[in-house]
Design a protein around this ligand. Sequence first.
Ligand SMILES: NC(=O)c1ccc[n+]([C@@H]2O[C@H](COP(=O)([O-])OP(=O)(O)OC[C@H]3O[C@@H](n4cnc5c(N)ncnc54)[C@H](OP(=O)(O)O)[C@@H]3O)[C@@H](O)[C@H]2O)c1
Length: 269
Amino acid sequence: MNRSQKQRLIQRYGPMAVVTGASSGIGQALAIELAEAGFDLLLVARSKNSLEAFADELTIDHGRFRRFYVLAADLGTTEGVNALIDEAQTLDIGLLVAAAGFGTAGTFTASKLETELNLLEVNCRAPLILAHHFGERFAQRGGGGIILFGSLVGFQGAPRAAHYAATKAYIQTLAEGLHHELKARRVDVLACAPGPVRTGFAARSRMRMGSADRAETVARRTLAALGRRMTTAPGPISKFLTASLMTAPRFLRVRIMGQIMGGMTRHLS
Ligand SMILES: NC(=O)c1ccc[n+]([C@@H]2O[C@H](COP(=O)([O-])OP(=O)(O)OC[C@H]3O[C@@H](n4cnc5c(N)ncnc54)[C@H](OP(=O)(O)O)[C@@H]3O)[C@@H](O)[C@H]2O)c1
């Protein structure tokens, strides 16, 4: 990011951001960009050790006078989400990056229902509660930003990632509505809808990815789109796949997605 891009971000959304999913992948890449832009950060994920090591690195890179708080919380639980809200209570936060999430893949009925319910909690319930809380808080403080994470798979059904795609469709729809609703109250809401990105996501969801965008690229393009767009497909591969898919009618997109996901999950039941 150049100087004026950094200035735009800190002036509109500073002085502090909360980033969920900050221990890995896209969330971590966004935290690095935000630290470089001058933000203090509240870093959230389950793995305390990774978060603390990351916060130490940020402190070395950006100086002892900046504040990088760490909160180890499971956002699949009510206690975890409440802990985040409590921790944020006295901090002057102007930006929420809700990147924590994971995927499930393979035959839907072969997956444990418990895992799918946890997916719903982490991918939908937590961002819903956080958008509700911070949306009102930002509006009352006179402005702010919210980045929610959809996915390319959220624009249509995705056989062999059916429930994951449904969680992302939920987020996409929520973000689109909030984008317009909160604009009048000076809160910018962005749906980030990546295609494949090289992160820890594929290993946890047991998908096999071919070509994929880099998390750093996704982070930079996402921040550039905040306050300017409703949705971003942040990366060359994301953009190409989105543009190609969107020319097809929805029933055909579902079939194409089934072929793509079939290739990425051939090794699973
Ligand atoms: N990578 C892709 O291809 C891709 C494509 C489209 C959309 N996305 C979306 O982008 C977002 C970021 O994913 P990523 O690619 O960066 O994956 P990642 O590298 O696996 O990172 C996921 C992050 O979420 C955190 N997390 C997972 N479960 C959590 C829980 N229960 N409570 C708190 N934190 C939790 C993880 O930390 P801990 O494990 O330490 O909790 C980690 O920091 C996700 O919403 C994902 O669905 C990714």
